[in-house]
Design a protein around this ligand. Structure first.
Ligand code: HXC
Length: 259
C-alpha cells in the first residue's frame, strides 16, 4: 500500500517503522495522515513477523499538533456529528504489539498526545513537548488532559495545559514523560535497538506485559493487580515460558517461537 503523508518500512524483518512525513506543516496531523497511520499500524499488528513498531518524525518535528488550517473553520456540529479531528485516533489504542515513539523536535498538542498514546517515548535532546491548545481557545482533544497528569503528575500537567508552555527533553525525562533521552544523531539507533530487543521476546508475553501496564493507567490498583496475576498465571500455558526458563537454567540464550 502506498501512503502520501507517512513513510513505512521494516527493519530486520521484525520492526515496523512509520515516519510522519508532512514536512511543510511540521507533520501537522490531519485526517488523511491519521487514517494512513492507523492503517500502517494495523497492518504491522496483523503481521506475525513484526514484534514491535516505532513512530517517528523529522529532526525538527515529531508533530506540531492537529492541523490548525484544517480545523479553523469547523463548527461544534461538524466536530461532534462528524467526529472530525479526533475520529481516527482510537485506532492507536487498539494496537496490541508495542509502539515506541521516537521524538525529535516539536511534539505539541496532538503531537504530544500521539507520543503519549505510544507505549513509551524515547526523546532526542532537542525534543520539546507541550499542550498549547489553550492558546488557540481550545483544550487537548486526544487524551492530553488524561495521560499527561498520569505521566507527570497533576501540578506539571496543569502548568502545561494552562500556560501552554513547552517542556524540554531534560525536564520531560525528569518528570517521567519519556523513558530515555539521547543526542539526536543516536535517536533512530536507540529506538531501533529497543524495538529489536522487544521483538526477540515472546510476542505473547510482550502483549501481556503491555496490556497489564496499560491496566495500571486505566483502572484501580486492586483490579490491576488481579488482572496482572491472572495474565502471569496464563503465561505458564505457553511454550515460550518453558523455553525462557529452561534456557535460563541451562545458561543459554532463549529462542522464542511465539507459541
Ligand atoms: C498546521 C502548522 C502547525 C499546525 C506548524 N504549522 N504547526 N500547520 N497545523 N499544528 C505550519 C506553520 O503554519 C508553517 O507553515 C510551518 O508549519 C512552519 O511553522 P512555523 O510556525 O513557521 O515554525 P516556527 O516559527 O519554527 O514555530 C514552530 C512551532 C509553531 C512553535 C511548532 O509552528 C507552532 O506553534 N505551531 C502550532 C502548535 C500548536 O498550537 N499545536 C496544537 C494544535 S491543536 P507556513 O505555510 O507558514 O510555512 C491540537 C489539538 C489536538 O493539536 C486535538 C486532538 C486531535
Amino acid at each position: 500500500m502506498s501512503y502520501d503523508n507517512i513513510e513505512v518500512r521494516t527493519e530486520a524483518g521484525k520492526v515496523g517503522i512509520v515516519t510522519l512525513n508532512r514536512p511543510k506543516a511540521l507533520n501537522a496531523l490531519n485526517d488523511a495522515l491519521m487514517t494512513e497511520l492507523g492503517a500502517a499500524l494495523r497492518a504491522f499488528d496483523a503481521d506475525d513477523a513484526i514484534g514491535c513498531m516505532i513512530i517517528t518524525g523529522s529532526e525538527r518535528a515529531f508533530a506540531a499538533g492537529a492541523d490548525i488550517a484544517a480545523m479553523a473553520k469547523y463548527s461544534f456540529v461538524d466536530t461532534y456529528k462528524g467526529d472530525y479531528i479526533t475520529r481516527n485516533w482510537e485506532t492507536i489504542r487498539s494496537i496490541r504489539k508495542p509502539v515506541i515513539a521516537a521524538v525529535s523536535g516539536f511534539a505539541l498538542g496532538g503531537g504530544c498526545e500521539l507520543a503519549m498514546m505510544c507505549d513509551f517515548i524515547i526523546a532526542a535532546d532537542n525534543a520539546k513537548f507541550g499542550q498549547p491548545e489553550i492558546k488557540l481557545g481550545v483544550i487537548p482533544g486526544a487524551g492530553g488532559t488524561q495521560r499527561l497528569p498520569r505521566a507527570v503528575g497533576k501540578s506539571k500537567a496543569m502548568d502545561m495545559a494552562l500556560t501552554g508552555r513547552m517542556m524540554d527533553a531534560t525536564e520531560a525525562e525528569r518528570a517521567g514523560l519519556v523513558s530515555r533521552v539521547v543526542p539526536f544523531e543516536k535517536l533512530a539507533d536507540e529506538a531501533l535497538g529497543a524495538a529489536l530487543v522487544i521483538a526477540d521476546f515472546s510476542q505473547i508475553a510482550v502483549m501481556a506485559a503491555k496490556e497489564s501496564v496499560n491496566r495500571a493507567f486505566e483502572g484501580s490498583l486492586s483490579d490491576g493487580v488481579m488482572f496482572e496475576r491472572r495474565l502471569f498465571h496464563a503465561l505458564f500455558a505457553t511454550n515460550d515460558q518453558k523455553e525462557g526458563m529452561d534456557a535460563f537454567l541451562a545458561k543459554r540464550t532463549a529462542k522464542f517461537t511465539h507459541q
